[in-house]
Design a protein around this ligand. Structure first.
Ligand code: ACO
Length: 311
C-alpha cells in the first residue's frame, strides 16, 4: 500500500506586513531584507485568530480538495511550535471542530521540518494498512513568539497554515522515499528563549545550505533515480539564498522550484504545505511528475521526501 497526497489546502491571514512597515519598527531596510532573504512581505494573524483557527481553515480546504469529510478521518497530525496552549493539542481542538470523532489526534514538534515529520509519520500508518485518511497540518502563529524589537529575527517570520490529506494511492505513485534527521547539538543556534525565538542566523544558514541540498539528493538516489529525474522542488521557504543552494545541488531550472518566501516569509511548519497547496492550485505539478519536498528547522531537524504525483 503506497501513501500519497489525496488533497491539499492552505490559509493565510489577510493582514500584510511589508518590509517598509518593518522599517518603522526596527533598524532595518527593505533593501537589506530583500537581498539577504528574498522576503518582501509576510502575513500576520490578528489577536482573535489563533493557531487552531488557521489550522482549521487549512484543514477544511484540504479535505474539500480530497473529497473527504471529518467522519472519514482516521488520524489528525498537527505540526506546530506555536500551539494555542500547552494542552490540549491543536489536533484535538480541530478534531472537535471538524467532527472527526473517530480520528486519533496529536501535535508534533519539529519546528520548520514539522510538516515533513508529519507526512512521514502518516505514511507509516497508511503503508501498514492501519489507517486510510490522515490529515496532516503544518501551522504557525510565529508572530506570538517574535521579538518585534529584534531585527535579526523579526524580519524573517510570518503566520499561516497548510494541510494535506494523506492516504493510499496506486502502485508507483505517492511517497517513494524519505529522509528524517535531527541533531540536538544545534539547539544553541535556534531555540525559544523565554517568550521569543533566538537564532544564530549564520550558523543556521551554513547548516541549512548543506542539509537542504544533501537531503534532496539523498531521497532521489534512494529510489535509484538521479537529479535529472526531478521535475519539481518544494523547499522550506526560509530564505531564498538557502532555497537556491538546494536548487543548484539538484541542477533544476528556476521555474521548477516553488517560491512563496517573498510574500509569506518563513512560516516554519506551514511553509511547505502552503507552497504545495498553492502550486497544486496553480497547476504547476503534473500527474506522474517526480516532486521533492525538503525542509529543515530548529532542533535541529530536517526531512525530505521524493514523491510521484498522482493518486
Ligand atoms: N536589517 C539590517 N541589518 C541587519 C538585520 C536587519 N533586519 N539583521 C541583521 N543585520 C545586520 C547584522 O547585525 C550584521 O551586522 P554587523 O556585521 O554589524 O554585526 C549584518 O547585518 C550582517 O549579518 P549576517 O548575520 O552576516 O547576515 P547574513 O547574510 O547571514 O543574513 C540571515 C542573516 C538572513 C538571518 C541569514 O543568516 C539566514 O537566513 N539565516 C538562516 C535563518 C533561518 O533560515 N532560520 C530558520 C529558522 S526557522 C525555525 O526553525 C523556527
Amino acid at each position: 500500500m503506497n501513501a500519497g497526497i489525496l488533497g491539499t489546502g492552505h490559509y493565510v491571514p489577510e493582514r500584510v506586513l511589508t518590509n517598509k512597515d518593518l522599517e518603522k519598527i526596527v533598524d532595518t531596510s527593505d533593501e537589506w531584507i530583500q537581498t539577504r532573504t528574498g522576503i518582501e512581505e509576510r502575513r500576520i494573524a490578528p489577536e482573535e485568530i489563533d493557531t487552531s483557527d488557521m489550522a482549521y481553515e487549512a484543514a477544511l480546504s484540504a479535505m474539500e480538495n480530497a473529497g473527504v469529510t471529518g467522519e472519514d478521518l482516521d488520524m489528525i497530525l498537527v505540526a506546530t511550535v506555536t500551539p494555542d496552549m500547552g494542552f490540549p493539542s491543536v489536533a484535538c481542538q480541530i478534531q472537535e471542530r471538524l467532527g472527526a470523532f473517530k480520528a486519533s489526534a496529536m501535535d508534533l514538534s519539529a519546528a520548520c521540518a514539522g510538516f515533513m515529520y508529519g507526512m512521514i509519520t502518516a505514511k507509516q500508518f497508511i503503508e501498514t494498512n492501519t489507517y486510510k485518511n490522515i490529515l496532516v497540518v503544518g501551522v504557525e502563529k510565529l508572530s506570538k513568539i517574535t521579538d518585534w524589537t529584534d531585527r535579526n529575527t523579526s524580519v524573517l517570520f510570518g503566520d499561516g497554515a497548510g494541510a494535506a490529506v494523506i492516504g493510499p494511492v496506486s502502485d508507483g505513485k505517492g511517497i517513494l522515499s524519505f529522509e528524517l534527521g535531527a541533531d540536538g547539538r544545534g539547539i544553541p543556534h535556534l531555540h525559544q528563549d523565554g517568550d521569543y525565538i533566538h537564532m544564530n542566523g549564520r550558523e543556521v544558514f551554513k547548516f541549512a545550505v548543506r542539509q537542504m541540498g544533501d537531503s534532496a539528493l539523498n531521497v532521489v538516489e534512494k529510489v535509484g533515480l538521479t537529479k535529472d529525474d526531478v521535475d519539481y522542488l518544494i523547499p522550506h521557504q526560509a530564505n531564498i539564498r538557502i532555497m537556491e543552494a538546494a536548487r543548484e545541488k539538484l541542477e533544476i531550472p528556476i521555474e521548477k522550484m516553488s517560491k512563496s518566501v517573498h510574500k509569506y516569509g518563513n512560516t516554519s511548519a506551514a511553509s511547505i504545505p502552503i507552497a504545495l497547496s498553492e502550486d497544486v492550485k496553480a497547476g504547476k505539478i503534473k500527474e506522474d511528475e517526480l516532486v521533492v519536498l525538503v525542509g529543515f528547522g530548529g532542533g535541529l531537524t530536517w526531512g525530505a521526501v521524493a514523491l510521484r504525483w498522482g493518486k
